[in-house]
Design a binder for this molecule. Structure first.
Ligand SMILES: C[S@@+](CC[C@H](N)C(=O)[O-])C[C@H]1O[C@@H](n2cnc3c(N)ncnc32)[C@H](O)[C@@H]1O
Length: 276
């Protein structure tokens, strides 16, 4: 068997890249354009060095031979872009706060929220902090964070972040909802952690196992990696799961023009089921 740490002896050739790209697409819906070859080569390189596999072709063979699907999990973990941050695109959390406050004001006490590509947890915990800060007494509030990447979900469940990561959290909320464990390690408090559950879900395998009705779905900065056909089916899935007047929130740079069905755009990146 090859020794771990061995140097990679070959470039990622076109045929191997195309084969890997097809597997990634079929398994995750992520559409890797040709310009991603260098990125794929670099990310797989790390994994190959760890396994002691010297060529990309040999790695592809290993992927195909792996009957348990474990190597596929590693591949998808390596390919996924997990960039996220606390309170990213902050106006969406203002919207969440307002909608929640309004629904509570009308007597609603049960809330179900889905964060559909939750990455390392910053997004669903930002939601939890937002709602907890409005008040959750007497309410049953659950936030479901899902992602395809097992590695990133593990990090999310740990709920521990470096000081730099929590800088975007407003100071008052930082003091209230993070416990300092070490000079550079902060943990989300149990009050918020208990509101959030994580589960592995592949957005390209539809329908999802989720049951509605949901009040709010955040699906931000992931559909950009998908082709239109999958985006369209996903939006249908969100519409199916949302309650009437429920919100779908996508990333600022995303648009659902031509695929929004019964969802109405309230403002760019925010859609409402049957809304005005
Ligand atoms: C760029 S991050 C966005 C994180 C967060 N929503 C935000 O806006 O900050 C994209 C996330 O989507 C996940 N992802 C990619 N393909 C997916 C799929 N088919 N199903 C579920 N999650 C997926 C990745 O693992 C990654 O964590």
């Amino acid at each position: 068997m090859a020794a771990a740490g061995r140097e990679i002896q070959q470039e990622l050739d076109e045929a191997t890249f195309v084969a890997i790209r097809r597997i990634v697409f079929e398994q995750s819906g992520i559409s890797l354009k040709g310009d991603k070859r260098t990125l794929v080569a670099a990310r797989l390189g790390k994994r190959m060095r760890r396994l002691g596999i010297p060529t990309y072709r040999a790695y592809l063979q290993r992927l195909r031979d792996c009957r348990t699907g474990a190597e596929l999990t590693f591949l998808l973990d390596a390919i996924s872009t997990n960039v996220t941050s606390f309170f990213r695109e902050a106006d969406h959390f203002d919207l969440l706060r307002c909608a929640y406050g309004e629904w509570r004001g009308k007597g609603q006490t049960r809330f179900r929220i889905w964060c559909a590509a939750s990455s390392s947890g910053e997004e669903p915990y930002s939601m939890g902090i937002t709602l907890h800060d409005v008040g959750v007494r007497g309410c049953d509030v659950k936030i479901l964070g899902t992602d395809i990447s097992t590695e990133i979900l593990r990090k999310a469940m740990r709920a521990r972040y470096a000081k730099k990561s929590i800088e975007p959290v407003p100071v008052l909320l930082r003091d209230r909802y993070f416990k300092r464990l070490a000079p550079d390690e902060y943990e989300v408090t149990p009050a918020v952690r208990d509101m959030v559950v994580f589960r592995q879900t592949n957005l390209s395998k539809l329908p999802t196992p989720l049951k509605g009705p949901l009040d709010v779905v955040f699906c931000r900065n992931v559909m950009i990696y998908f082709e239109d056909a999958l985006r369209r089916r996903l939006v249908e899935e969100f519409e199916r799961l949302l309650k009437p007047e429920g919100y779908l929130v996508v990333g600022h740079s995303e648009s659902l023009v031509g695929m929004q069905g019964g969802l109405k755009m309230v403002r760019p990146s925010v859609y409402r089921k049957g809304g005005a």
